[in-house]
Design a protein around this ligand. Structure first.
Ligand SMILES: *Cc1c(COP(=O)(O)O)cnc(C)c1O
Length: 357
């Protein structure tokens, strides 16, 4: 499928773009274009195009507004020293979007078409890719139901879009450990639910807990397992790893309530490459707490596309604070390697990078 291209009649001025790129922030500024593909039952995917970025006209009865049939992906494109713009493991995002689509009764999008949509958008908006350290063009593919119908069944019309936003360092400049709030009032996902689908509803359900975290002076929320309330699951949008003094990495196993992070998978691979033992299993809050206290757990970090790898410092559980582990060597070193691969300064031995432009 080829993408019809309609250029923005009044693109952002060079001066304004330079101003945005000088301090990109996260998720507030968007490039001049968007890639779009529509789906209708019977006809399948059609109308692939790149068009000017702007508001979407939607029928007030559009199913997404009522029943939240929506999924998304998140990835980053980096400018390399060779001038090319490269993204990280895009086919993994394509596969995950299709897994999310299956769970949410939405259509499958061909992996190749997914990658083509990124190439089409970044091709026209390549000047928006920042080149500062830790900076990237954040790509947000998403799909939602547009059919105007209030009956409850999978919709028969969808749109898939990609928008792009220049992104700075997610948690600000230096690698400072984040403070985490353990929620005891809310869970994020339940067995058989949608926890392993990247869907907006999971985020909507996490916001009350996130608001509590902010109130407690924390950056993020840690969700516990929905049935027993003592195994750790993940943060609202990042997976969690514990590092032990004897060189093991421990991360909660994927049981259907945790989102399968591509950063998580990559960290596991890089850790195994170094000869570190990785354990994907049930890990309780007690194990974390005891481990930090007796010195067997030396580092804890969270990982995801937006922040890549970020150390977890204090963990607040009610009135109790679980001792801080600070920024450890393993966290720093795996982060440096992963970022190096993504930004093109470390050899891409697993063939993870894909050149878009
Ligand atoms: C996207 C996401 C992650 C991280 O996935 P990456 O592919 O590493 O970006 C983790 N948890 C949730 C809930 C997510 O939505």
């Amino acid at each position: 499928m080829t993408f019809d291209v309609t250029s923005h009649p009044e693109p952002t001025t060079e001066a304004r773009r330079q101003q945005i790129l000088a301090d990109p922030g996260f998720g507030t500024n968007f490039t001049d274009h968007t890639a779009v593909i529509d789906w209708t039952q019977g006809a399948g995917w059609h109308g692939a195009r790149v068009e000017p970025y702007g508001p979407i006209t939607l029928d007030p009865a559009a199913a997404v507004l009522h029943y939240a049939q929506e999924i998304f992906e998140g990835m980053k494109a980096y400018r390399h020293a060779n001038g090319g713009v490269h993204t990280f493991r895009p086919r993994e995002n394509a596969r995950r979007m299709n897994r999310s689509a299956r769970r949410m009764a939405m259509p499958q999008l061909d992996e190749e078409l997914f990658v083509q949509s990124l190439e089409a958008l970044v091709g026209i908006d390549a000047d928006w890719v920042p080149s500062g350290e830790g900076e990237a063009l954040y790509l947000r593919p998403f799909m939602f139901s547009t059919e105007a119908f209030l009956g409850v069944r999978p919709a028969r019309e969808f749109t898939y879009r990609v928008i792009a936003s220049p992104a700075g360092n997610y948690f600000g400049g230096e690698l400072k450990p984040v403070r985490i709030w353990v929620t005891r009032d809310f869970t994020r996902a339940a067995p058989g639910g949608t926890g392993d689908a990247k869907t907006g509803g999971n985020y909507a359900a996490s916001l009350a807990a996130q608001a509590q975290a902010t109130e407690k002076g924390c950056d993020q929320v840690l969700f516990l397992d929905p049935l027993h309330d003592n195994a750790i699951e993940e943060l609202g949008g990042m997976n969690v790893f514990l590092v032990t003094a004897d060189g093991r990495l421990i991360t909660p196993e994927l049981t259907g309530t945790i989102l399968e992070g591509i950063t998580r998978d990559s960290v596991i691979q890089l850790a195994r490459d170094r000869g570190l033992q990785v354990e994907e299993r049930r890990v309780t809050l007690d194990e974390w707490d005891r481990g930090v206290q007796d010195g067997t757990v030396t580092e804890v970090f969270a990982c995801g596309t937006a922040a890549v790898i970020t150390p977890i410092g204090e963990l607040l559980d009610g009135d109790r604070t679980i001792a801080s582990t600070g920024t450890g060597e393993v966290t720093q070193s795996i982060r440096a390697e992963l970022l190096g691969i993504q930004t093109g300064t470390v050899a891409d031995r697993h063939g993870w990078m894909h050149r878009l432009v």
